[in-house]
Design a binder for this molecule. Structure first.
Ligand code: R5P
Length: 292
């Protein structure tokens, strides 16, 4: 087996060379089937190549997180401003009108709850693909704990989801989860995102970090960033801007939207960054104008 670490001084991410053109607008997905490409085109806007995903799946391990106590009240009205709705089948079936035209990315794994000390134990698939198809899912999100106690179980879930995803043409989103003790460093995210892509994830969610362009360059499929804990709106927009500038193809944000006092305007401002090339500062000006 090769060295686990290798010669870290020898890395060359070829940042001046664009990703290979595989004949389809989503990075690394040119050699996949029509159905998978069609679903990817519901997730990533073919015009900008990017996506604004609204994450409200937190309840699957956190319970009634602030802002998600009543998803029918707080989340349903936001759906029209997102490209993709990312939630559990329980939340979506019970709280989101089926008349929505938005793509759905189902949270497809279950993990230990916040009542447990170790949040990185990982577990397994939370639904079968028949139900994902029944819910017209355009993607399935698999939580993976690279470096955590649940690494093997969660990567097994990812591999089996990728098998089924290719069978039925449903893209798999590999999610780089960070337990309480896990480092949020460039080195960690470069390693974790690459592992998820190599095991079959069609796109990967991670957190923004320093030198993010190397994380993006080393991952052969698109990366979207999670928002993390609630930040002031200007800081969250700046983070989204820096991520897009570094090559991320979108965001999958939750708390920075639904915990904002102005979630509609925040989501609209995020869209400006992700789809229209606004800087963080320009998007925050848009936000402040919109709320006044
Ligand atoms: C992560 O485990 C959650 O499932 C969320 O989907 C993810 O963290 C994105 O939400 P937020 O922007 O609130 O971090």
């Amino acid at each position: 087996m090769a060295d686990a670490v290798g010669n870290i001084n020898a890395h060359n991410y070829h940042l001046d060379v664009p990703p290979a053109d595989t004949g389809f607008f989503v990075k690394g997905m040119g050699n996949t089937d029509w159905g998978l490409k069609n679903r990817l085109s519901r997730i990533f806007d073919p015009k900008s190549g990017n996506t604004v995903m609204l994450a409200f799946d937190h309840g699957y391990f956190m319970g009634a997180t602030a802002g998600l106590e009543r998803m029918d009240v707080t989340i349903a009205p936001l759906c029209e401003y997102a490209d993709v709705l990312m939630g559990t089948r329980g939340a979506i079936r019970s709280c989101i009108p089926p008349t929505t035209s938005k793509a759905v990315c189902l949270r497809a794994t279950h993990d230990t709850s916040v009542l447990f000390e170790d949040l990185s134990t990982g577990s397994g698939l939370a639904l079968d693909f028949e139900d994902a198809i029944r819910m017209n899912a355009s993607g399935l999100a698999i939580q993976c704990f690279v470096g955590g106690s649940g690494e093997a179980a969660s990567l097994e879930a990812l591999c089996r989801a990728a098998d089924q995803g290719y069978k039925f043409g449903i893209p798999v989103l590999g999610v780089t989860a960070v337990g309480k003790e896990m480092a949020r460093t460039n080195r960690y995210f470069t390693l974790a995102t690459r592992i998820l892509a190599e095991l079959g994830a069609n796109f990967v969610k991670t957190y923004y970090c320093e030198d993010f362009e190397t994380v993006v360059a080393a991952c052969p499929v698109p990366i979207v960033i999670a928002g993390g804990k609630k930040l002031p709106e200007d800081e969250a927009l700046e983070m989204a801007y820096k991520a897009i500038q570094s090559g991320a193809r979108g965001v999958d944000m939750g708390r920075n939207v639904f915990q904002s006092e102005h979630p509609v305007e925040m989501l609209q401002a995020i869209r400006k960054v992700v789809h229209e090339g606004f800087t963080g500062k320009e998007a925050f000006e848009f936000f402040t104008d919109a709320i006044n």
